[in-house]
Ligand binder design. Structure first.
Ligand SMILES: Nc1ncnc2c1ncn2[C@@H]1O[C@H](COP(=O)(O)OP(=O)(O)OP(=O)(O)O)[C@@H](O)[C@H]1O
Ligand SMILES: [Mg+2]
Length: 248
C-alpha cells in the first residue's frame, strides 16, 4: 500500500542532514574558543528550520559546517548518508555546487554585473551553455518577482530586490538545502515579510529544505521548527505552527 511504502522509505532513507557530536574549536591553548560544543541535529527533506540563539552561540559556525564552508573539529556530519568529514576539499566543493544554496545578510552580489548575470554565476560553475544559462536564470528571477529588473545592477535595486536577486542565485541550481544566515537582517519589516513569504513559497512549491538563522521571532514564526542554540549547544528543538497557517 502507498502508505506502507512511504513509512518504509522513512525508515530506510538516510536523513538529508545528520550532525552527531559535532564540535568546532577555533584557535588553541589559552585562546581556544569552543564555538560548537557537541551538536546533534537531524534535518529531513522538506523541512523549514529556524535557528535562533544569542550572539556568539554558534549559529553561523553551524551553518558554515552544514554548508561545507568549514570542517568540524570532531564529530560526524552525514549528508544523505555520506560522511562529509571524510570528503576531500574538491568533493566538498562539488557537494556545495550541486546540493547547497546560500543566502547571507550582506547579499554578496557582484556590483558591476546585472541581476541576470549575478544569477547566472552558479550555472557557469556547473558548465551550462550560455543560452541555457540565460533561460534558467531568467526563470529564477521571475520566480522572485524580478523579471523586469534583469538588466539592473545591484546599485539600481532596493535592498529587498538585491536580497531577492541573492535568493534567485541561491535557488537557480535547485539545491536540496538552502542555508540562509539572517537573510532579512538588513531589511525593514515590510521587505522582511516579503522575503519570508518568498522563502516559504520556495519551501512549499519546490521542496527546497531550508535552514535559516534569525534573531527575529517574527521571522522564525514562518518556519515549522525552531532550534535554539546556547553556548555551542542545542538547548531546544520544537515544532511550530507557521505564521498565517490555519490552526485546526
Ligand atoms: N573564525 C573564527 N575564529 C575564531 N573564533 C571564531 C571564528 N568564528 C567564530 N568564532 C567564535 O565562535 C563563537 C560562535 O560564533 P558564531 O559566529 O557561530 O556565533 P553566532 O551565533 O552566529 O553569533 P551572531 O548572532 O552574533 O551572528 C563566537 O565566540 C565567535 O567569537
Ligand atoms: Mg552569526
Amino acid at each position: 500500500m502507498p502508505g506502507d511504502r512511504a513509512r518504509e522509505d522513512d525508515r530506510t532513507a538516510p536523513p538529508l542532514v545528520q550532525l552527531s557530536g559535532v564540535t568546532k574549536v577555533y584557535g588553541g591553548g589559552e585562546a581556544a574558543v569552543v564555538a560548537l560544543a557537541g551538536i546533534d541535529l537531524r534535518i529531513d527533506d522538506g523541512e523549514f528550520v529556524a535557528i535562533m540563539g544569542p550572539s556568539g552561540s554558534g549559529k553561523s559556525t553551524c551553518m558554515n559546517v552544514l554548508g561545507c564552508l568549514d570542517t568540524p573539529t570532531s564529530g560526524s556530519y552525514r549528508f544523505r548518508g555520506v560522511e562529509v568529514t571524510s570528503l576531500s576539499r574538491r568533493q566538498r566543493a562539488l557537494l556545495r555546487r550541486y546540493y547547497l544554496g546560500f543566502v547571507f545578510q550582506g547579499y554578496n552580489l557582484l556590483n558591476r554585473t546585472t541581476a541576470l548575470e549575478n544569477v547566472e554565476v552558479p550555472l557557469i560553475y556547473r558548465g551550462l551553455p550560455r543560452a541555457e544559462r540565460h533561460r534558467v536564470a531568467s526563470e529564477a528571477l521571475a520566480a522572485v518577482g524580478l523579471a523586469d529588473r534583469a538588466d539592473h545592477t545591484p546599485a539600481e535595486l532596493s535592498g529587498g530586490q538585491q536580497q531577492r536577486v541573492a535568493i534567485a542565485r541561491a535557488i537557480v541550481t535547485e539545491p536540496a538545502l538552502l542555508l540562509a544566515d539572517e537573510p532579512t537582517g538588513n531589511l525593514d519589516s515590510k521587505l522582511s515579510r516579503e522575503i519570508m513569504e518568498l522563502i516559504v513559497q520556495l519551501n512549499a512549491t519546490r521542496g527546497i529544505t531550508i535552514a535559516m538563522v534569525t534573531h527575529d521571532p517574527d521571522m522564525a514564526a514562518y518556519a515549522r521548527r525552531t532550534v535554539r542554540f546556547h553556548d555551542g549547544r542545542v538547548i531546544a528543538d520544537e515544532r511550530t505552527t507557521p505564521a498565517g497557517a490555519a490552526v485546526g
